[in-house]
Design a protein around this ligand. Structure first.
Ligand SMILES: Nc1ncnc2c1ncn2[C@@H]1O[C@H](COP(=O)(O)OP(=O)(O)OP(=O)(O)O)[C@@H](O)[C@H]1O
Ligand SMILES: [Mg+2]
Length: 308
């Protein structure tokens, strides 16, 4: 009887050890499946703009710059904000950057409310705003002050890496006044990229450049975005530029600044400015933009009549 009991005990223990051993690889497999599932799922929401409104009290009265603007931007998405002058594009970009607070509503970055600027969200403006007393390398190194945990030599390595990425490796010691407009914007781009922000906010960064330089930079920016998959919010009032760069084009109208339409741009990359498909998209968006402007003008005229 005792022997039978003993044998049963041995068998049960042996069986449970066997079960445990087969369960371990199974578990790690499940873990891999879970991670894979995590990576394969839809990209996470990087930025959530929730009912953002902003009014300025200017010298000539109140300006309702943004009215209840809501927009979700996914991780790695390239979104262009397009609209006529004064529709609140820069105001919204500054609010996303944390440079200006909204009157109501909020911006969430990775689910957390934006309350000020941070190196996770770097801004690039129309003017390069480089420091003229520093050379090219010095300007990029200056941006890296936002990463105080790097050693001096690590900072130099990072700066050289990004200057190479924007094609300026031969100009690291050039002074700012020796650079062309396009080169200055490349330095500004390297400076914005160097702290490795996950979000790049660009306010008409190429507007002051000639068409040829601009086109080159469209190619470069698409290539860099392809390699690094940053989330980019790009402000422009150039329809073709928006179609060339954006996964999505968000159309704004004025007075007050509001989102009126979204266009998904399903064109392969890299996109050239002269492609027929790009021209078709641009024509459709242009048409919609004109329609909105006409409506806006009609409403303005009505207001004038009502106000005598
Ligand atoms: N600091 C400010 N004080 C007063 N009014 C402002 C201020 N900043 C912006 N505005 C007004 O808010 C409105 C939106 O301005 P914003 O600069 O966001 O427009 P935008 O779409 O970027 O135009 P553009 O394409 O010309 O750059 C405009 O009417 C502008 O005059
Ligand atoms: Mg602007």
């Amino acid at each position: 009887m005792e022997l039978k009991f003993f044998c049963r005990e041995i068998f049960l223990r042996f069986f449970s050890i066997l079960l445990f051993l087969t369960w371990l690889p199974g578990l790690s497999y499940l873990r891999t499946m879970n991670t894979e599932f995590h990576y394969r799922s839809e990209p996470a929401e990087k930025l959530a703009i929730e009912s953002v409104s902003k009014t300025f009290n200017g010298r000539s009265g109140k300006v309702h710059a943004l009215d209840q603007v809501s927009l979700n931007i996914k991780e790695g998405e390239f979104v262009c904000l397009l609209g006529p002058s004064g529709c609140g594009k820069s105001t919204l970009l500054n609010i996303i950057a944390g440079l200006d607070p909204p009157d109501s509503g909020q911006v969430l970055a990775d689910g957390k409310a934006v309350t000020g600027p941070g190196r996770e969200r770097m801004v690039m403006f129309q003017e390069s705003a480089l420091y003229p007393w520093l050379d090219v390398l010095g300007n990029v190194l200056y941006g890296l002050k936002l990463k105080p945990n790097l050693t001096r030599s690590e900072r130099r390595k990072v700066a050289h890496f990004y200057l190479k990425l924007v094609g300026l490796e031969k100009f690291v010691h050039a002074h700012v006044h020796e650079l062309s407009g396009g080169m200055k914007q490349r330095v500004a781009l390297a400076r914005a990229l160097a702290p490795n922000p996950r979000v790049l906010l660009m306010d008409e960064p190429f507007a002051a450049l000639d068409a040829m330089t601009r086109e080159q930079l469209y190619g470069d920016l698409q290539e860099i975005w392809g390699k690094q998959r940053k989330t980019i919010v790009f402000v422009t009032h150039n329809v073709r530029e928006a179609v060339c760069l954006g996964d999505r084009v968000i159309l704004f109208s004025r007075s007050p600044g509001k989102i009126q339409d979204h266009f998904d741009i399903a064109l392969p990359r890299p996109r050239g400015m002269n492609s027929a498909n790009l021209a078709n998209y641009a024509a459709a968006i242009d048409e919609r933009l004109k329609e909105l402007l006409k409506k806006e003008q009609g409403e303005l005229n009505e207001l004038k009549v009502l106000n005598g």
